[in-house]
Design a protein around this ligand. Structure first.
Ligand code: ADP
Ligand code: ADP
Ligand code: MG
Length: 665
């Protein structure tokens, strides 16, 4: 067994690998860029080596720097994690040349599967069903139109070197094919320095289902069942689960057998994933093979009880797999959500900043894989994933319920995050029913994500909990000021919960170990596990367990539940009467300004002063977190003034341009 492993990665996956290696008694070495000098993976590892400046191209993607770090630390093996160098055959080769073991497949298997056209040919030869299409390189847009007609619309235009959902377009007619071909080609050229494009049939109502495979150096290959990853945004996975609610035993077995056949065809040794797309009739077709540990591997670990990183390390060290296909049992259900630093109501724009508050949920069936801590900085240089939240239980319903509660408990302040969106996805009846497809998000949120309302059955509990929280605060104030609990105005029984212009009269009296709270709509029995200062409040309302986050905000507080934030004030009736007399401050109208939604670099301006623009027209492009974000006009108007210039480094909410005041019609 290896004595020392270097982890050529950062963030949650580096932390996750370090934990398993340490449990196995192996010394761990972290590598880090300047931006990550104080990162969690560096803190967790036994040793660490600086490999370069913040930019990935000068650090985590630098093969020489990593091999040098192995030499200096004396590491005898390297785990690449996912992303970065994990699927670069040249990295595995360079390590081999330096006498260091790559914890992954052989370079030839990486190379064979790294190219979508080549891997499809190989899959076809191995008897794996592939998406009908054209496995040749397409010369130009006109040739693409001819091939698309032969395949039959709709078609998928793809970059052979593609990955991470980039360089992919759906085309439903000749015009879209021409346009999509050119767009995919230029995206592929700039992202992968390889503009080979091919076409295949677009599978309607597609479900993404993938098989986890595992091989050793002695010719054994088994599979560990499937994961369904159909909840995707821009072809990128957001929610994953194992098993798939769609597969029956026969389809699972057929898919597993094909995945194993493909892995054997490339002499696969290590953990890998064979991705399939399934249509509504459970026909399935090979998409690609990822020759590495997958982001969503924890759901498989939860239902199989295996540690995939440990198995990868063992087979890399030459051990024989002792596990047989028949030993693999799928037990229970697991769901994973990817928590990103991005603002779902602002078109999912990435967000940066310091995690001023950060508390992970915990408990039976809850697993959090993260690479951050309270006080850590989410920087612009890397992937904006903060954590992966995984819940598992006996049944799918129970795993979903646990996920919703865990999302309620997850406290993140300081950066925008996608928990409100994830909570909304998990709350849909369609997700619950398991009727998934990769169009799920587009169909369930046709206007994008605009935020949610508190679920109807959560309104009365939220009001009652707010009253109970106010009551506890009142009791605390009374005991500090020397009053007896139950006396004086602050611990009165009559309160008014103010939510915007709504007023809800509430009567609250201590009862048992909690309170009886009477609203206009009925009485509720509330017990709270909460003290002033706690961020999360576990409540029981009429026997129902619910979690609320509570942020104090001046005289009021914000209650967060189900991804929804509700600002409330709970005041005595005479104060409520005063509030009603106060003029309501209208928020300033900022709709005339195009503000930068995030810190970033202004790289393009698509309009000039005096120009009329239509809703949806591109106005400006901001680069942040290695992504170009196009800002579009929210409605028709005329550009009155431009307030920033190309090359400006913009702060969040900096004014980019100003529209003319609309003239009354
Ligand atoms: P998974 O199925 O494990 O999510 P993805 O293909 O989405 O696989 O990629 C996993 C990680 O690797 C992502 O975090 C992504 O940032 C990174 N990645 C994959 N392919 C590319 C690529 N071509 N360019 C940049 N990053 C990539
Ligand atoms: P990447 O390397 O970017 O992960 P994939 O080939 O795995 O590329 O495709 C990513 C996603 O795009 C799939 O999960 C699926 O949602 C969608 N997709 C890819 N090919 C097709 C197709 N032929 N028909 C329908 N959807 C597809
Ligand atoms: Mg893929």
């Amino acid at each position: 067994m290896f004595k020392k492993i270097l982890i050529a990665n950062r963030g949650e996956i580096a932390c996750r690998i370090i934990r398993t290696a340490q449990r196995m008694g192996i010394v761990t070495v972290a590598v880090h860029s300047d931006a990550d000098a104080d990162a969690l993976h560096v803190r967790l590892a036994d040793e660490s080596v600086r490999i370069g400046p913040a930019a990935s191209a000068e650090s985590y993607l630098k093969i020489d720097a990593i091999i040098e770090a192995c030499r200096r630390s004396g590491a005898d093996a390297v785990h690449p994690g996912y992303g970065f160098l994990s699927e670069k055959a040249g990295f595995a080769e360079a390590l081999a040349a330096a006498g260091i073991t790559f914890i992954g497949p052989l370079p030839a298997a990486i190379a064979a599967m790294g190219d979508k056209i080549e891997s499809k040919k190989l899959a076809h030869e191995a008897g794996v069903s592939t998406v009908p299409g054209h496995l040749g390189i397409i010369a130009d847009a006109e040739a693409a139109v001819g091939i698309a007609r032969d395949i039959g619309y709709p078609v998928m235009i793809k970059a052979s070197a593609g990955g991470g959902g980039k360089g992919m377009r759906i085309a439903r007619d000749d015009g879209e094919t021409r346009e999509g071909f050119r767009a995919a080609q230029s995206e592929a050229r700039s992202s992968f320095a390889d503009d080979r494009i091919f076409l295949e049939k677009y599978i309607e109502e597609p479900r993404h289902i993938e098989i986890q495979v595992l091989g050793d150096a002695h010719g054994t290959v088994i599979h560990l069942g499937e994961r369904e990853c159909s909840i995707q945004r821009r072809h990128q996975k957001v929610v994953e689960e194992a098993p798939s609610p769609f597969l029956d035993a026969a389809t699972r077995e057929a898919m597993g057998a094909q995945a194993v056949a493909l892995a054997k065809a490339v002499n696969y040794r290590s953990a890998g994933t064979v991705e399939f797309i399934a249509d509504r009739n459970r026909n399935f077709y090979f998409l690609e093979m990822n020759t590495r540990l997958q982001v969503e591997h924890p759901v498989t670990e939860c239902v199989t009880g295996l540690d995939l990183v440990e198995l990868m390390i063992r087979v890399a060290a030459g051990e024989k797999l002792t596990l047989r296909q028949a030993d693999v049992r799928l037990d229970g259900w697991a769901v994973e959500t990817r928590i990103y630093a991005e603002d779902p109501v602002r078109g999912f724009l990435p967000s940066t900043g310091r995690l001023i508050r950060y508390r992970e949920p915990a408990g039976q069936g809850v697993r959090v894989d993260s690479g951050v801590f309270e006080g850590a900085e989410i920087a612009i240089y890397y992937d904006p994933m903060i954590a992966k939240l995984v819940t598992s239980a006996k049944t799918r319903d129970a795993a979903i319920d646990l996920m919703r509660t865990a999302l309620d408990e997850f406290v993140i302040r300081g950066v925008a995050h996608n928990i409100p969106f994830l909570a909304a996805v998990l709350a849909t009846p369609r997700f619950r029913s398991g009727a998934l497809s990769t169009n799920f998000i587009a169909e369930e949120f046709p206007a994008g994500f605009t935020g949610s309302q508190l679920a109807e059955d959560a309104v009365a509990p939220a009001t009652a909990v707010a009253a109970a929280v106010r009551r506890i605060l009142g009791e605390r104030e009374a005991s500090i000021s020397g009053q007896l609990p139950g006396h004086g105005a602050v611990v009165g029984t009559d309160w008014v919960v103010c939510h915007g212009s709504e007023r809800h009269a509430v009567k609250i009296i201590p009862a048992g170990d909690g309170y009886e709270v009477t609203l206009a709509t009925g009485s509720h029995c509330v017990t709270l596990d909460w003290q002033p200062g706690d961020l999360a409040c576990r409540a029981r309302v009429d026997g129902r367990a619910m979690v609320f986050q509570i942020d104090r905000d001046g005289s009021g507080f914000r209650l967060i539940h189900g991804g929804v934030t509700v600002a409330l004030q709970v005041v005595p009736p005479h104060v409520a009467a005063l509030l009603d007399l106060m003029p309501v401050k209208a928020p300033p109208d900022l709709s005339r300004f195009l503000l930068s939604p995030m810190p970033g670099l202004l790289v393009a301006l698509a309009v000039t002063e005096g120009q009329e623009v239509r809703q949806g027209e591109a106005l400006a492009t901001i680069e942040a977190m290695k992504m170009e974000n196009v800002l579009r006009a929210e409605r028709d108007g005329t550009v009155a003034a431009i307030r920033a210039k190309i090359g400006d480094s913009l702060a969040v909410d900096a004014t980019i341009l100003e529209f003319a005041v609309a003239e009354p019609a």
